[in-house]
Design a protein around this ligand. Structure first.
Ligand code: SF4
Ligand code: MG
Length: 332
């Protein structure tokens, strides 16, 4: 499969009065053409920061990509100058957020906003841009697009507004769409409709999607592959099947046990106790040690190596590594 995006050993820090927060600590993943990759984890795990790094939307200061590379079709986005990045944003890589209102200008009709988006990136006439806008509104399922172009954001429901934002994000046919909690603000029925829309758009356009969410129900519905983040690191990754049916990291298992499942009757939901470590001075060992029921002595001392379980499935956990005991002896 063709790789569209390769994130390699990404580190991102934020300078604060209290010290430097190491929000992303060595994140590596690929995105393939036409797939949906979900990045999951609790708030503060570094999933949004990773996504914003791809778009180069980390405010500097206080934030900074301190190490690593982000290759988009071979070009390192961490080294691209801002004017070129402005062309890439929207045209090649687009992003949508949880709250559609932050992406829409309340004082301008949605037609004008979408047309403006086209004209910014493409050498086309206004008439052509309008035609594209109408096609996009139709693609995202806005009824009566000719009339609706003249309406303002407040004249749409929350679900419709998110559809419009998706239309705006797709209007220049980007190759990558990053969606950060795109359905969190919507009620469950509308959420399901928007997730279906993602799948439909993907099959029509071949866009690659990075979906950032804390909601495993959303992941189960749309993801091809899943990356699980904890305390700024990827602790497990695999195909959707591997993550849902044969999770190996105790944190992944904990996440799965904390959501209701329809396939098992009378499941007892067990929230993960405790909280993630402070990222001012991240632990040298496994960051999950304090919350892990299986923690061993080595866990606290040294961060586990990556164990590869299949082509896509890998995990950072000493339980999977036969070198754990030898390692402990060598650091004692
Ligand atoms: Fe638990 Fe140790 Fe595995 Fe970390 S490395 S998840 S503490 S068993
Ligand atoms: Mg977030």
């Amino acid at each position: 499969m063709e790789k569209i995006l390769e994130v390699k050993n990404l580190h991102v820090s934020f300078k604060t009065y209290g010290g430097e927060v190491k929000a992303v600590r060595g994140v590596t993943f690929d995105l393939y053409k036409g797939e949906t990759l979900a990045i999951v984890g609790e708030s503060g795990c570094g999933k949004s920061v990773s996504a914003q790094s791809i778009m180069r939307l980390i405010p500097n200061p206080p934030g900074k990509i301190t190490h690593g590379s982000i290759l988009f079709k071979g070009m390192d986005l961490t080294a691209v100058k801002e004017p070129q990045m402005r062309n890439i944003r929207g045209a090649d890589i687009s992003m949508i957020f949880q709250d559609p209102m932050t992406a829409l200008n309340p004082t301008i009709t949605i037609g004008e906003q979408i047309i403006e988006g086209v004209l910014q990136h493409k050498q086309v006439t206004r008439q052509e841009a309008k035609k594209t806008a109408l096609e996009m509104l139709d693609l995202v399922g806005i009824p009566n697009p000719v009339e609706r172009l003249k309406h303002y954001p407040h004249q749409f429901s929350g679900g419709m507004r998110q559809r419009i934002v998706i239309a705006m994000a797709l209007v220049c046919q980007p190759e990558v769409l990053i969606a950060d909690e795109p359905t969190t603000a919507l009620d469950v029925t509308i959420q399901a409709q928007i997730l279906d829309l993602f799948k439909e758009i993907q099959s029509k356009t071949g866009v690659s999607i990075i979906l950032i969410t804390h909601d495993l129900g959303v992941v189960a519905q749309v993801a091809d592959r899943v990356v699980v983040m904890y305390a700024g690191k990827i602790v497990e990754a695999g195909s959707r099947r591997e993550i849902f049916y044969t999770p190996q990291h105790p944190y992944t298992k904990g996440l799965l046990n904390s959501v209701p499942r329809l396939d098992i009757e009378e499941t007892e939901l067990v929230p993960i106790g405790g909280s993630p470590p402070d990222l001012f001075s991240p632990p040298t060992g496994c960051p999950f040690t304090a919350r892990c029921a299986y923690a061993m002595e080595v866990c606290d001392r040294k961060y586990p190596f990556k164990t590869r379980l299949s082509q896509e499935h890998h995990v950072d956990c000493w339980l999977q590594d036969e070198r754990a005991i030898k390692m402990l002896a060598s650091i004692k």
